[in-house]
Design a protein around this ligand. Structure first.
Ligand SMILES: NC(=O)c1ccc[n+]([C@@H]2O[C@H](COP(=O)([O-])OP(=O)(O)OC[C@H]3O[C@@H](n4cnc5c(N)ncnc54)[C@H](O)[C@@H]3O)[C@@H](O)[C@H]2O)c1
Length: 322
């Protein structure tokens, strides 16, 4: 039985469905602080509790016969993490400590941890980012994600676990029309919201050293990401005691803000051309993943492009708005 923390969230709900399709037994623990219960199949055992609730975590692991955990539950808004840093440390690191302790007590030895490209901070160069690139997070959110990787590595080493830390790049799209990304933190939902309000999307900075002057990011389809989780589970199942393996999960291809806006215009039939304003503090010019390690270790690679992401996200967004 795989326990998915944060399984009622945008990404977690996709992961739960992909794990079910892979034939694995799945359960969810989620405090519904941003998640939605209805995104999870009623047949999936669901524990409505925080991962920081030790008794609930202990009981879930024992009663559900948990043999592995995928930990996606976290707070993820960069600006909020600057406003409330200690709360981010509590939710993203304190809760993880409880989870790891309870797993260790129960003898659960398989763990997949959700990390983020935010651990890299603001790289000096525009080269592809490998897992060995320097990790210098520039906000509390990224720092908590990196600390979680360290806790995972130390615990896996101490107790002989097989673990995997997946550094997601920019996740977008929807794998089903009811699985929209409701949080307006990423470029595509931000643009959709601007279109709904008849506003021009803002382009933060048009003088970066990139081909069209706007920031370049690596967008990965949430269905490809969910597939990577299934592969990660298969890997830790097949490789006991392997320690913590860290992998970038992206496409290896960058898209500029202007390119994404052009695709949004083409898909929605609305003018999403946007208006250039000043740069935002802390935005690197380019963040694109080197993904060969994920392919070597998991046999995984992305198969969907930005048009697939915008198209599926737009369909789900319109249903959400109704
Ligand atoms: N969306 C992205 O582009 C992106 C990129 C990199 C990493 N991530 C990471 O992916 C994970 C999932 O993100 P998402 O986009 O699906 O966000 P989300 O907010 O939709 O999902 C988070 C889920 O975790 C639950 N949760 C939060 N704190 C909890 C706690 N203490 N106990 C139990 N449940 C809790 C929420 O209710 C929600 O269901 C996070 O760890 C995030 O840091 C996301």
């Amino acid at each position: 039985m795989w326990l998915v923390t944060g399984g009622a969230g945008y990404i977690g709900a996709h992961v739960v469905r992909h794990l079910q399709r892979s034939g694995r037994q799945v359960a969810v623990i989620d405090d519904l602080s941003t998640g939605v219960r209805a995104k999870v199949d009623a047949a999936v055992p669901f524990v409505h509790a925080s991962v920081g609730d030790r008794d609930a975590v202990r009981q879930a692991i024992r009663d559900l016969g948990v043999t592995g955990v995928l930990h996606l539950a976290a707070k993820k808004a960069v600006g909020e993490s600057v406003e409330r840093p200690l709360w981010y440390w509590q939710e993203n690191v304190g809760c993880l400590q409880v989870l790891l302790e309870e797993m260790a007590d129960a003898g659960v030895q398989r763990f997949v941890y959700t990390s983020s490209a935010a651990v890299y901070g603001q790289p000096d160069s525009t080269a592809l980012i490998t897992e060995d690139s320097a990790c210098r997070p520039i906000n509390p959110y990224g720092a908590t994600k990196l600390a979680g990787e360290w806790m995972t590595s130390a615990t896996a080493e101490r107790f002989g676990w097989s673990a995997m830390s997946l550094r997601y790049f920019n996740v977008a799209g929807a794998g089903a029309d009811d699985l929209c990304d409701p949080g307006v933190f990423n470029l595509i939902p931000i643009v959709f919201r601007a279109l709904d309000s008849n506003e021009r999307p803002k382009i933060f900075g048009s003088d970066y050293p990139t081909p069209d002057g706007t920031c370049v990011r690596d967008y990965v389809h949430v269905d490809d990401l969910a597939d990577a989780h299934v592969q990660a589970c298969a890997y830790v199942e097949a490789n006991p005691g392997a320690g913590n393996t860290i992998l970038n999960i992206g496409t290896g291809r960058g898209s500029s803000v202007r390119e994404v806006l052009e695709i949004v215009s083409a898909v929605t039939g609305r003018d999403a051309s946007g208006e250039a304003v000043a740069r935002r503090a802390g935005d690197p010019a380019q963040l694109v993943a080197a993904v060969n390690r994920a392919t070597e270790v998991l046999g995984w690679h992305s198969s969907r492009d930005v048009t697939d992401m915008v198209d599926s996200a737009w369909r789900a967004w319109q249903l959400k708005a109704e």
